[in-house]
Ligand binder design. Sequence first.
Ligand code: SF4
Length: 117
Amino acid sequence: MEKKTIICTVCPIGCNITVSGNENEVLSLEGNKCKRGEAYATQEFLSPERILTTTVKINNYRLPVIPVRSNKAIPKELIKESMEIIKEIEIEETVEIGQVIIPNILDTGADIIITGY
Ligand code: SF4
């Protein structure tokens, strides 16, 4: 059995939630002040996800790179591989904020979009 302390980031209180369980299920959870913390800590324990934010190379522009992010959280274990894919991309100057540069990265259902230009 694995035991982890997870800081809930759903609200500013930042409860320390202690979660015990295995890779398939949470067996005990304590320290949360509300149900939202239970859902957050369960997700973090079983399958942590993050919004990916990084930059992408751009040609013919005043800056060498511009910011991009995933439009939804993706599994934490796929962040590094996703970054490698984004590193290989070069886009042209004719882009817009919100434009998808990589749809459904690594079959996560998340698109990589331009966030600044
Ligand atoms: S468990 Fe509830 S009260 Fe505690 S940080 Fe999370 S959302 Fe806020």
